[in-house]
Design a protein around this ligand. Structure first.
Ligand SMILES: *Cc1c(COP(=O)(O)O)cnc(C)c1O
Length: 423
């Protein structure tokens, strides 16, 4: 079956293509089998954190039960086994992003720490008073606050690339912000609150035409479609393990070798040094230069298992499944009285934000929770974006690889009762 034909089949309501059988996928996720408040769990909050397949859980418990030890330190058998598994995880991440080398993959505790690493190390190497960093109106707080701290320390200027009312990224307005003082463009690839997919290929071309490096926040892109850092020619790329069906406690910073080599360390301590005397320390080459202390060992092994899992399902199959589901959800929710979708950009990932007349998002979340449905409500760590759109908060259904049309129907039914209650 051609890819187009299979997408049409999924869009027509048939989830059981040869490529992607959602019921079989769901069987891999033990947590999805339960009931809450006596109703089958409907988990529509994967953009906050995704659930884990048995393959990830098993890889992690197996590591703890068999070969667990610290990495890069012991000559003993278990330490070497664990070091091999840990570094194999780095190779898998490099393959997942199509990086040129595993040395371009730095592990952190989460995406937020990767942004703080960048803000700290990049600013010490490259930024001074009056220099400019361009972000966008859709950034997660993790790609705003660390740069504000740099601004307050060094006197840099933050420039904000605008969006339109539908949540589209405005490419021409972005380009107009680039100038001789622009030292970095740091943008989200996909908005966590709206689902907007930013035209990053064009962004990178426009920035590179002026020799400006680009950092992308891939936290909401990596769960939904294949990312190729070399095809994009992006300079730095960040994502987080727990949103790609891997464990929490693990984040990734990809950087081109020439860039990582030019950055000073972030934190100091063990495992990141070549030599230490009381007078002076020297540092290892990347990626170890940026990984002070015992790393998230078993989390890296779990992330590797998650990447294997996504690869086995096929990222294009996942994207096709989710595209059909999103179209269905947007159509279905738009028909519920008093519901207004927030974020209707031309290119979107499977994130559906909405508000309802008369009902606060928090009330929506509480009522649908009683029907066993988990959605996120609030500002989604994007308060400046909420200000831009003139809403205090939204409710957000984020659709992952294990979600079904039946679950979307459950949400729509629950929202119909919210609509009745609040009139
Ligand atoms: C979740 C998220 C982050 C932060 O990830 P953590 O794992 O919580 O550090 C940053 N950016 C976006 C777009 C996100 O969705």
């Amino acid at each position: 079956m051609s890819k187009v034909a299979s997408i049409e089949k999924i869009a027509a309501g048939d989830n059981s293509t040869l490529a992607f059988d959602v019921e079989r996928v769901r069987a891999d996720f033990p947590i999805l089998r339960q009931e809450v408040y006596g109703r089958p769990l409907v988990y529509l909050d994967s953009a906050a954190s995704a659930q884990k397949p048995r393959q990830v859980i098993d890889a992690m418990s197996q590591a703890y039960e068999t070969t667990y030890a610290n990495v890069h330190r012991g000559v003993h058998w278990m330490s070497q086994k664990t070091t091999d598994a840990f570094e194999a995880g780095r190779e898998k991440v490099a393959g997942f992003l199509n990086a040129g080398s595993a040395d371009e993959i730095v592990f952190t505790r989460n995406a937020t720490e990767a942004f703080n690493l960048m803000a700290s190390s990049f600013s010490r190497a490259n930024l001074g008073s009056g220099d400019e960093v361009v972000i966008s109106a859709m950034e997660h707080h993790a790609n705003i606050v660390p740069w504000q701290m740099v601004r307050d320390r060094l006197g840099i200027v933050l420039r904000i690339a605008p969006i339109d009312d539908a949540g589209n990224f405005l490419l021409d307005e972005f380009e107009a912000l680039l100038g001789p003082r622009t030292k970095l463009v740091a943008l989200t690839h996909v908005s966590n609150a709206l689902g907007t997919v930013v035209p990053v290929k064009q962004v990178i071309e426009k920035a590179h035409a002026r020799n400006i490096p680009v950092l992308l926040d891939g936290c909401q892109a990596t769960p939904h479609f294949a990312v190729d850092v070399r095809a994009l020619d992006v300079d730095f790329y960040i994502f987080t393990g727990h949103k790609v069906y891997g464990p929490s406690g693990i984040g990734v910073l990809y950087g081109k070798s020439e860039h990582l080599n030019a950055l000073p360390p972030y934190q100091g301590g063990g495992d990141m040094i070549s030599s230490v005397t009381f007078e002076k320390s020297t540092f290892k080459a990347p990626p170890h230069r940026f990984e002070a202390g015992t790393p998230p060992i078993v989390e890296v092994i779990g992330l590797g298992a998650a990447i294997d899992y996504l690869g086995a399902l096929g990222q294009d199959n996942i994207a096709a499944h989710e595209a059909g589901l999103r179209a269905y959800a947007e159509e279905r929710l738009a028909r519920v009285p008093n519901v207004r979708l927030v974020g209707t950009a031309r290119e979107k990932a499977s994130i559906v934000s909405f508000v309802m007349d008369n009902a606060h998002p928090h009330d929506i979340g509480t009522i649908v929770d009683r029907a066993g449905i988990a959605v996120r409500t609030g500002h989604h760590c994007t308060q400046p974006l909420m200000d831009r759109l003139g809403v205090a908060a939204t409710a957000r259904a984020s659709l992952g690889l294990y979600n079904t049309r039946g679950e979307v129907d459950s949400l729509a039914t629950a929202l119909e009762s919210v609509s009745e209650i609040f009139g």
